[in-house]
Ligand binder design. Structure first.
Ligand code: XIL
Length: 401
């Protein structure tokens, strides 16, 4: 069965082709190649961020500022390839605010300053990840709702206020649901403030920077009809109904690549469920850990990246993609699940993997599907390029499933 993404491509091709027939007569003698941005050609060698810019979709990575001065390839690769960054840990509560009244912004500032020096967007991750092991002990121990509410307010006002106008989007609350469950996680905020703590956090953040886009970020909420998905959707709908300033849903997208099949059409249905509510959707933390050491695993990984990112980017309000790191040399998967899963876009020697080309291909497709401002010559060029892309899959994307 053909993917919805392929069918969406057909629709675009149909719309463009009727236009193209009319335009053709006007264009005798013009060079199609001249009007197609070089980065959209199937054999281009542009960076991810060059292609992403044409698609109007930031392409991002989580970053660890402790590596900036330690690994000589880290920053050059990051700034060449990405135009969006998320602190892997530096903006989390325990890093920024380890004790009452004590803030340490050094690492977080380093991320924001690197981004500003290199024309990159910053996603703020995260104001409130309130599982007991993700929050300092002094917060878990707060004895009364008033004290806890005051601490939450101070934390969000201080952090969002410091970066107002500089951090474009915040994951206000991270992982509000029980691990793998379908009820709200009963953390200290839930226990003392009730389920309304989520709405409170969004309202405080919005007041501190009305220009920031505010996201609810969650993992494993991409299969509509499951209890967990329905619980998350109900939460999002309640926030909207209550007038809470929520602008988007972050889908973490840690995919257990070789282990659990991911159906791109199902993923896209989940995305559409949120965008139909008027929300942005971003892929916020993608990685695809693979079992097995062979090249086949990397080809399958590339196919998953292309299909899942493509399924999201076929939806206009799915408008950014962030990976949770970029080189297999530095990945939280090694620390959490053990070595050898190779979940990212570059290998340990910073060579581009098939997954890299698959992501670039998905970004090219999004760029080619953009409405055409430039007139008939470029419409025809887009049509030609769409055909070329359809005939030629990204390198490494040939594994049948
Ligand atoms: C992870 C970091 O990558 C690790 O370095 C840290 O030890 C734990 O957190 N979902 C999230 C991210 O929302 O914040 C997590 O990041 C990965 C899972």
């Amino acid at each position: 069965m053909r993917s919805e993404r392929a069918r969406a491509g057909d629709g675009l091709a149909r719309r463009l082709s009727s236009f193209a027939v009319v335009a053709q007569g006007l264009l005798a003698g013009t060079s199609l190649a001249a009007s197609l941005p070089a980065c959209l050609a199937p054999d281009s060698d542009c960076s991810l961020r060059e292609v992403a810019a044409l698609a109007g979709v930031p392409v991002g990575s989580a970053v660890n500022p402790a590596l900036f001065a330690v690994d000589p390839l880290y920053v050059p690769t990051l700034v060449r390839e990405f135009d969006s960054v998320t602190s892997e840990n530096a903006h989390k509560w325990p890093s920024l605010h380890p004790a009452p009244g004590v803030y340490d912004f050094a690492a977080a500032d380093a991320v924001v300053e690197l981004a500003e020096a290199n024309g990159m967007r910053v996603r703020g991750h995260t104001l409130l990840w309130a599982n007991p092991e993700r929050i300092p002990g002094y917060v878990n121990d707060m004895a009364s709702p008033d004290v806890l509410r005051a601490e939450l307010t101070e934390h969000i006002e201080t952090v969002v206020g410091r970066y107002a106008g500089r951090i474009a989007a915040w994951d206000v609350v991270n992982e509000p649901l029980e691990n793998l469950g379908s009820t709200l996680y009963e953390n200290v905020f839930f226990q003392q403030l009730g389920p309304g703590y989520i709405a409170e956090a969004f309202r405080i953040a919005h007041a501190a920077d009305p220009s920031a886009l505010l996201f609810l970020n969650e993992v494993f909420v991409t299969v509509p009809g499951t209890e967990r998905f329905d619980a998350f959707l109900a939460l999002v709908k309640d926030l909207i109904a209550d007038g809470v300033p929520i602008h988007g849903v972050g889908l973490q997208t840690h995919l257990l690549g070789g282990l659990v099949p991911v159906d791109p059409a199902t993923f896209q249905a989940a995305v559409r469920t949120f965008t139909d509510l008027g929300l942005h959707v971003e892929i916020t933390e993608m990685d695809v850990p693979m079992l097995g050491g062979g090249a086949d695993a990397l080809d399958l990984q590339a196919e998953i990246v292309q299909e899942v990112v493509g399924a999201c980017l076929a939806v206009p309000l799915c408008d950014a993609v962030t990976f949770w790191g970029f080189t297999d040399l530095h990945t939280w998967i090694d620390g959490t699940f053990g070595p050898g899963y190779r979940p990212l876009l570059f290998d340990e020697a910073y060579e581009r993997k098939p997954a890299y080309f698959a992501l670039r291909h998905a970004l090219q497709e999004r760029a080619l599907a953009m409405p055409e401002p430039a007139g008939p010559a470029s419409a025809l060029a887009v049509l030609a390029a769409l055909g070329a892309l359809a005939r030629r899959r990204a390198p490494g994307c040939g594994v049948a499933r």
